[in-house]
Design a protein around this ligand. Structure first.
Ligand code: PBG
Length: 330
């Protein structure tokens, strides 16, 4: 038993010099931990900025390829793609989501061609494609579960066919992981991985994302009938257990910083690859404070990352991925 009595036990001894602090560090952040979420738009040669997310761009495919090449050169292993669907392609039923020639499929093919050694994660959910902005089909104001799951399977299949490495359902319908797993298996995509947004909370921190994908203007109501209540924690374990049983290879907790306790519980309970999504609102908050000179940029980013690692996350989706990679290269 170590001596626990002051003054013979002095905790500050181990903090006295940088070198000893470095040796005894319990957790560290690596470039390997980073996944970069990116927004794709139609068109060529012209990016669009997003007011609430400074320096995050909507990229047309031609520019995106160059950006992804640079991200790969920085050491980033995977990207998560999110499409911005032009308003004329949005419908009540979101049918553009499973058009094999839609923007996301074209982006997957182009990136696979140009940067074959980066992992491509694609989002499965209807919200970028629906006029009402919900992640599922709606009837009499109710978001329908099973009919939505059928469409999600079709969406997953066109993405897998286009070359997606990891399918990431972010819709929170019940039973979708099992249905997507069987659809993939039956069509020869048994090697395509599934990263389930297993514990996705109905969070205010998604605001800037909804601006980015232009779904906020049309969103009628909230997403509380499918995304989780921020007050709940045991429920997250049930969600994760179900998704793992249905065939998820990895699970995600979202948002990240306000839900560190959930990351820890999930990692401790299931010991599977667990990801944290530092979402758009977290990005906006940190950037706003840094841009005002209220927080120190590099140190704040690294502290947020180490918090995710300490909580138990194996990987982190973050709009800061390239910034963090650059800091780690310094
Ligand atoms: C929707 C989806 C959302 C995000 C990723 N996929 C928002 C929502 O549920 O409305 C949010 C990501 C972020 O805020 O960065 N399928």
């Amino acid at each position: 038993m170590i001596n626990t009595k002051y003054p013979s036990r002095r905790m500050r001894r181990l903090r006295s010099q940088p070198w000893i602090r470095d040796i005894i560090e319990e957790n560290n952040v690596q470039i390997n931990d980073l996944i970069w979420p990116v927004f794709v738009i139609d068109g060529e040669n012209k990016c669009e900025s997003i007011d609430s997310m400074p320096d995050v761009m909507r990229y047309p495919v031609d520019i995106l390829i160059k950006e992804v090449k640079q991200a790969r050169a920085l050491g980033i292993n995977a990207i998560a793609l999110f499409p911005i669907t032009s308003p004329d392609k949005k419908t009540d039923d979101g049918r553009e989501s499973y058009n094999p020639d839609n923007l996301i499929c074209r982006a997957i093919k182009a990136i696979k061609d140009a940067v074959p050694d980066i992992g491509i994660i694609t989002d499965v959910a209807l919200d970028p494609y629906t006029t009402h902005g919900h992640d599922g089909l709606i009837e009499n104001g109710v978001v329908l579960n099973d009919p939505t799951v059928e469409l999600l399977c079709k969406q997953a299949l066109v993405q897998a066919k286009a070359g997606a490495d990891i399918i990431a359902p972010s819709d929170m319908m019940d039973g979708r992981i099992g249905a997507i797993r069987s659809a993939l298996d039956q069509n020869g995509y048994q090697d395509v991985m599934i990263l389930s947004y297993a514990a996705k909370y109905a969070s205010s921190f998604y605001g800037p994302f909804r601006d980015a994908v232009q779904s906020s203007g049309c969103l009628s109501g909230d997403k509380k009938t499918y995304q989780m209540n921020p007050a709940n924690s045991d429920e997250a374990l049930h969600e994760v257990a179900l998704d793992l049983n249905e065939g998820a290879d990895m699970v995600m907790i979202k948002p990240a910083m306000p839900y560190l306790d959930i990351i820890t519980r999930v990692k401790n309970e299931f010991k599977v690859p667990t990801f944290a999504y530092q979402v758009s609102g977290e990005y906006a908050m940190i950037r706003a404070a840094c841009d005002n000179g209220w927080l120190e940029h590099d140190a704040t980013l690294m502290e947020s990352m180490i918090a995710f690692k300490r909580a138990g996350a194996d990987g982190v989706l973050t709009y800061f991925a390239r910034d963090i990679a650059k800091i780690l290269h310094k």
